[in-house]
Design a protein around this ligand. Structure first.
Ligand code: SF4
Length: 173
């Protein structure tokens, strides 16, 4: 069996594999995670269990474990074998059933729609206009100091002077 790697083609584009600059254990040692469900029975049982435990320990220390699990659950056809986020194929099947019970048979679409709504809310929050008083302060600050750039640290006296100018400007506005 060859473990399906997150870089293989045709994952669901709505759920990209999480990026990390950290070298994940499954990339360093893919054989450890290359566990078919059948490996857990028969003569190889003990050895396979040992590998599974080792893979689980590695996943539990992985910085992208939560997003990896989500990716593995959504991309069912790419994760029919192997350990992802510390789960075996059978455990992922059970988790998918629970998601279907909770969110309905189209749970993948529900998750995608939630993600999209979250992204849109975050984007809208970035463009929410400042309250009038804050906008005035920003405007006055630009007039006094020019547009944003790295300024030398102001002395306490300069800060006091700036503040009194800003307050005076606000009163006059
Ligand atoms: S959590 Fe996912 S990405 Fe991280 S080591 Fe485990 S299988 Fe690899």
């Amino acid at each position: 069996m060859s473990r399906t790697h997150p870089t293989d083609p045709a994952p669901d584009p709505r759920f990209p594999f999480p990026r990390t600059s950290a070298p994940t254990c499954c990339r360093r040692d893919p054989a450890l995670f290359d566990l078919a469900s059948g490996d857990l029975s028969g003569d190889t049982k003990d050895a396979a269990r040992g590998r599974l435990e080792q893979a689980r320990r590695s996943c539990s220390a992985c910085p992208i474990v939560t997003a990896c699990l989500r990716w593995a659950l959504v991309n069912r056809t790419l994760t029919q074998d192997g350990v992802f986020a510390g789960t075996t194929p059978a455990q992922r099947c059970a988790l998918r059933r629970r998601l279907a019970d909770r969110l309905g048979p189209d749970w993948v679409d529900v998750l995608a729609a939630r993600d999209q709504a979250r992204r849109e809310r975050a984007e809208a929050a970035r463009h929410t206009p400042l309250p009038v008083a804050q906008a005035r302060i920003v405007h006055l600050d630009r007039e006094l100091n020019g547009s944003l750039r790295l300024l030398p640290q102001l002395t306490a006296e300069e800060q006091r002077l700036n503040r009194s100018r800003l307050v005076a400007g606000l009163k006059a506005a």
